[in-house]
Ligand binder design. Structure first.
Ligand SMILES: Nc1ncnc2c1ncn2[C@@H]1O[C@H](COP(=O)(O)OP(=O)(O)OP(=O)(O)O)[C@@H](O)[C@H]1O
Length: 298
């Protein structure tokens, strides 16, 4: 495995508030990672720490197997963590020329990157005439000028209209397909589901889930049940390790599965315990339901 970033027990406190709490995860080359969480869950703080603009309180992180200093490693990182800001009276091309000078890279890359973000035909337009979506696309082109190993984006589609959102997501997918690793922070589950292969779900700085989006989708689902003896039903389910979280929801009991189990097997198990069901429905949670469930708990 080719590790791009390794984060181990990272913690950031602002006074008494713990913004990032013992966070650990690893970014491997070639994947698209999402840090997903509601506002204030610590996404931007985490990105700030690994980009050396926020000081950590404890824990560590290591870029590229620790073979280079963070300062040198960050030369191989492209990041957009603020609203795109360029010179308004200069054209897209002129702005990127300036970035090339600062980054000490060849201007030959400019057309290639403008093409990638769909702005080549607007290269001679002034930045001030760009829509927010175009500004964001120019920022992506700018961050890619030195062909970074990883592109970091903080809420890349914030404030954009549906078409702008679609364009940015398509561009992210294209960049990933060309081999660049991507880390993006988002509060939009839908965005992470559409764009990312891996996800770290944060709530109040704590990681609730870390793994592939597919594995999360492949949860074993849950059952909604009703019986004339709800207490006996609850007790029977609690005594079987195949069931995880069990909770009352109005007249129903909801039981999440730890392992695969079909409705017939559940029915048989309960019947053998002397419990008959008046309602039994098995459902698979959507990623959204899982996300809401995860961020609600604890
Ligand atoms: N400089 C700071 N001083 C004090 N508290 C801060 C500072 N920066 C962030 N915080 C707090 O840390 C917590 C995490 O903030 P952070 O911006 O990392 O969350 P986020 O998940 O990126 O949310 P958002 O999408 O709203 O920016 C919040 O409670 C925030 O108020």
């Amino acid at each position: 495995m080719n590790t791009i970033l390794y984060i181990n027990n990272l913690t950031k406190k602002f006074g008494s508030l713990t913004a990032v709490d013992n966070l650990s995860f690893t970014i491997e080359k070639g994947n698209v990672y999402g840090i997903l969480g509601p506002n204030g869950s610590g996404k931007s703080t985490t990105l700030g720490i690994v980009l050396n603009v926020v000081n950590k309180t404890s824990g560590d992180f290591q870029w590229f197997n620790g073979n280079t200093s963070t300062h040198d490693a960050l030369k191989k990182v492209g990041a957009i963590i603020e609203r795109p800001n360029f010179y308004p009276y200069m054209t897209a091309f002129q702005n990127l020329q300036l970035v090339c000078k600062i980054k000490e890279v060849s201007e030959e890359k400019i057309s290639e990157k403008l093409q990638l973000v769909g702005l080549l035909d607007r290269k001679d337009s002034k930045f001030s005439t760009f829509s927010l979506g175009m500004k964001q696309r120019l920022a992506i082109a700018s961050a890619l000028l030195n062909d970074p190993e990883i592109l970091i984006l903080d809420e890349p589609t914030n404030g954009l209209d549906p078409q702008g959102i679609h364009q940015i997501r398509e561009i992210i997918r294209k960049i990933a397909s060309l081999g660049t690793t991507i880390l993006l922070a988002s509060h939009l589950l839908d965005e992470v589901e559409k764009v990312c292969s891996h996800v770290v779900i944060l709530r109040k700085g704590v990681s609730l889930y870390s793994g592939s989006v597919d594995a999360m989708n492949a949860s074993h689902g849950f059952l909604t049940m009703q019986s004339n003896s709800m207490d006996a039903l609850e007790q029977a389910l609690e005594g079987n390790s195949k069931f995880g979280n069990i909770k009352r929801d109005g007249e129903y009991l909801i039981a999440y599965l730890n392992q695969p189990m079909d409705a017939a097997e559940v029915n048989r198990f309960l019947f053998e315990k002397g419990i008959t069901l008046s309602h039994l429905v098995k459902r698979k949670e959507s990623l959204e339901e899982q996300f809401l469930e995860l961020t609600k708990q604890k």
